[in-house]
Design a protein around this ligand. Structure first.
Ligand code: AP5
Ligand code: MG
Length: 215
């Protein structure tokens, strides 16, 4: 199964992708995570992407589509893919069609996480992740069960993203409205879009996604 999770910054794409990985052994393909890894490793892609990401603007279509192709090639052809934060432009949507086609994969669902933008700034500025395994948390909505200790791997190191400040979040949202929301009609025309209430409790969002993909 191949699924796109679509929604603005803070909609819960990463949170729900991690849960799908745990439940179904699918692979999360997050271009944001791939780019952050490239920035950390100071690769040529990372050096190009760093300032763009810090401003909250979009990295070039060529770079992200190449990353997606490489990741798909590195995983088994039987493993399902969850596209998290990709595609984000019409050009990327076109590239994804070609990338999937070349690998004999088809897109099963585009799940739109519908959210109220006003709530997203609070979600994003409260977000932190385990520095070791990447599990996501939130100051208010999802604290580790034992304070200061990751539920999944026990690490006591956590980190926050440099682009998770209010000013950058506003730019990221504007980019979403201008460039990403317009790709929805492409998938609506194919009849594969489902809308999930992303403002619901995290577990309810997960349950709604489970219902969708099991039909
Ligand atoms: P990326 O990493 O993709 O960031 P984003 O799209 O801005 O989305 P986020 O990761 O901020 O949000 P999310 O939907 O994953 O929310 P999460 O689950 O963490 O991209 C970063 C940058 O990289 C871009 O700005 C761009 O520069 C570049 N980039 C990446 N992909 C690109 C592409 N394809 N093309 C060009 N450039 C690209 O949830 C947020 C918080 O809320 C968490 O703390 C979570 O615990 C909490 N939460 C989640 N769900 C709920 C809920 N239901 N109720 C309460 N709290 C919740
Ligand atoms: Mg994310």
């Amino acid at each position: 199964m191949n699924i796109i999770l679509l929604g603005p910054p803070g909609a819960g794409k990463g949170t729900q992708a991690q849960r799908l990985v745990e439940r179904h052994g699918m692979r999360q393909l997050s271009t944001g995570d791939m780019l952050r890894a490239a920035v950390k490793a100071a690769t040529p892609v990372g050096l190009q992407a760093k300032a763009v990401m810090e401003r909250g603007e979009l990295v070039s279509d060529e770079i992200v589509s190449a990353l997606i192709g490489e990741e798909l090639d590195a995983m088994g052809s039987d493993t399902g893919a969850i596209f998290d934060g990709y595609p984000r432009t019409e050009a990327q949507a076109g590239s994804l069609d070609a990338i999937l086609d070349e690998r004999g994969r088809t897109l099963d669902h585009v799940i739109e996480l519908a959210v109220d933008e006003d709530a997203l700034v609070e979600r994003i500025t409260g977000r932190f992740t385990c520095a070791n395994c990447g599990k996501g948390y939130h100051d208010t909505f999802e604290q580790p069960k034992v304070a200061g200790e990751c539920d999944k791997c026990g690490s006591t190191e956590f980190k926050r993203r440099p682009d998770d400040n209010e000013e950058t979040v506003r730019t990221r949202m504007a980019e979403y409205r201008a460039k990403t929301a317009p790709i929805l009609p492409i998938y609506e025309a194919r009849g594969i879009v489902s809308r999930v209430d992303g403002m619901a409790d995290m577990d309810e969002v997960t349950a709604a996604i489970e219902r969708l993909i099991s039909t």
